[in-house]
Write a protein that binds this ligand. Structure first.
Ligand code: PGA
Length: 245
């Protein structure tokens, strides 16, 4: 089974024409492209291999919520996935674990597959990996509370472990530490939350230079890629590396 690559474009690129060019250059199998909402419809019409994901959705399925986009609207644009709980949204848009939990539950209920992002910031990690694990466990617990009745299955919940200090900084975690954290997350999901076989992705400064070392770890099922997904040559190289494993 090929490892999964998620391209998180964030608030890029600036125009639809550029988004279409980038999508065409990134249209590989076992890839999820997550563009800004405004490009979803156009990209759904041109992608032949990659799946489509949104970067956010609201916790209500429509109604008087100015500016928000509901899970049903996202689904109607042929997006299969949604990224939730990204640390940039937690930081800049004040998303709490409670909000993330509401979004996770509704998105899954409405048939979207969720890529839930968790990860500690540097002030936590500098205290050691044990403290980071405690933080991540607490986040998972809160973000996934009351999800048991949703019958979470292998396919509708993916977890992206993204240490906040590694995102967009060029300072990735070490593959060994990331693998250790993945092992911990897998056990925690299994034993405490009764969630089995979710795919676990690493995110945070994955580049063509370090992709092989991350993707070769048996505990790591794929990668969530920001900056390198915006540069077609880099993205293509990462896919080649993934395909060669
Ligand atoms: P990065 O972003 O690859 O630029 O570090 C990853 C992410 O935020 O998902």
């Amino acid at each position: 089974m090929k490892k999964l690559i998620v391209a998180n474009w964030k608030s890029n690129p600036p125009t639809l024409a550029q988004a279409i060019r980038l999508a065409k250059a990134s249209d590989f199998k076992n890839v999820i492209i997550a563009p800004p909402h405004v490009y979803l419809d156009s990209l759904s019409k041109i992608l032949k291999n990659a799946s489509l994901g949104a970067q956010n959705t609201f916790s209500k399925d429509g109604g008087p919520y100015t500016g928000e986009v509901s899970p049903r609207q996202i689904k109607s644009l042929k997006a299969e996935y949604v990224i939730l709980g990204h640390s940039e949204r937690r930081k800049y848009l004040a998303e709490t674990d409670e909000i993330v939990n509401e979004k996770v539950k509704l998105a899954i209920k409405k048939g979207l597959k969720v890529v839930l992002c968790v990860g500690e910031n540097w002030s936590t990690r500098r205290k050691g990996i044990a403290t980071a694990k405690e933080f991540v466990a607490n986040q998972l617990n809160k973000d996934l509370i009351q999800t048991k009745n949703l019958k979470l299955k292998t396919k509708n919940l993916l977890i992206a472990y993204e240490p906040v200090w590694a995102i967009g900084t060029g300072k990735a975690d070490t593959p060994k530490n990331a693998a250790e954290m993945m092992g911990f997350i897998k056990d925690y999901l299994n034993s405490k939350l009764e969630i089995r076989n979710s795919k676990l992705l690493y995110g945070g400064s994955v580049t063509p230079e370090n992709a092989e070392a991350f993707l070769a770890q048996p505990e790591i099922d794929g990668a969530l890629i920001g900056s390198s997904s915006l540069i077609p040559q880099q993205f293509k190289t990462i896919i080649k590396i993934r395909d060669s494993l």
